[in-house]
Design a protein around this ligand. Structure first.
Ligand code: ATR
Length: 279
């Protein structure tokens, strides 16, 4: 039931039709019996600012931002959280009482909560991160905050890996893509943040021969759920963590801020989203 008093939130993307967020948030609203709605909003980048400014005027509690809006939203919002400042992107806006837009980024927390839940005994010595784009920034911020001793960033464009490493400080260093295989030596965690392996993209083909057998392999790509990287890791006997959990975990802080209750994260949310992905 959505009444005239319903709390409103939604996701802005361009396109937005593939977003799983409406399914997830509306599932939580129903589960918790909250009078609210979460809607998809297809917003052309040229209209992002005017749409964001209209949200408080329409009584919205806030919104999420997905591709390609996260960096531009960072510039538009009135205030930003510390983690948004570090990542340089905003994926969650919480509208304040005075109608101002407060931007934050929940991708780092979403990534780490998923890893901690799925691999609670992971040691924090060495991690190899593949990619140096927007997603890598959130992952590196999370790994730095979690206290990983050595964070190696491998990217096709080496210069971008260097920029990310410099941005986050001493525990991070950049390495060439060609060195990726050897860099996996002694790593306890390998994370793919590139778009390789995603539906419609080329597969990620880095040999895992140097990766220790107990190293956790995580792909933040979730379509398909079992990427070639995860299949290769599983066949080798490594523990794997799929990307769907990060999508669910990153949604938690926004939901709680807008709708006033922490949403449950159980196996049923993963099952629900995987069912939608298959459709
Ligand atoms: P996102 O916000 O999802 O991280 P992005 O900022 O466009 O997206 O970053 C995409 C990442 O995937 C980058 O690290 C990119 O490498 P480059 O910096 O060299 O472009 C990586 N990537 C995309 N296609 C790739 C390919 N064919 N081979 C290797 N890396 C690729």
């Amino acid at each position: 039931m959505i009444s005239g008093k319903a709390i409103l939130a939604g996701v802005l993307g361009w396109p937005v039709k593939h977003s799983l967020s409406p399914t997830l948030h509306n599932h939580w609203l129903r589960q918790l019996g909250i009078d609210g709605a979460y809607v998809p909003m297809a917003v052309d980048p040229a209209n992002l600012e005017s749409v964001l400014r209209a949200l408080p005027r329409m009584g919205f509690a806030g919104c999420n931002l997905t591709i390609p809006h996260k960096e531009r939203a960072f510039e538009i919002v009135d205030t930003r959280s510390e983690i948004a400042e570090r990542i340089g992107a905003v994926n969650t806006i919480i509208i304040q009482k005075d109608g101002s837009l407060h931007g934050t980024n929940t991708d780092a927390q979403g990534f780490m909560n998923n890893i901690i839940k799925k691999a609670p005994t992971l040691n924090k010595k060495k991690v190899v991160v593949l990619g140096a784009g927007g997603a890598a920034l959130a992952v590196c911020a999370a790994l730095q905050d979690a206290g990983f001793e050595e964070i190696v960033i491998i990217n096709r464009t080496y210069e971008k890996a260097e920029i990310v490493a410099r941005k986050f400080g001493a525990a991070l260093r950049a390495a060439q893509w060609e060195a990726g295989e050897a860099e996996m030596e002694q790593a306890s965690l390998l994370v793919n943040t590139t778009s390789l392996g995603m539906d419609g993209q080329e597969p990620l083909m880095l040999p895992l021969s140097h990766l220790p057998l107990d190293a956790v392999v995580n792909d933040i790509v979730y379509a398909p759920l079992m990427t070639d990287l995860l299949k290769q890791a599983k066949a080798k006997g490594n523990p794997i963590v799929t990307g769907i959990g990060m999508l669910i975990e990153q949604a938690v802080p926004g939901f709680e801020a807008w709708f006033g209750k922490p949403p449950p994260v159980t196996a049923s949310e993963e099952a629900l989203l995987l069912k939608q992905l298959r459709q």
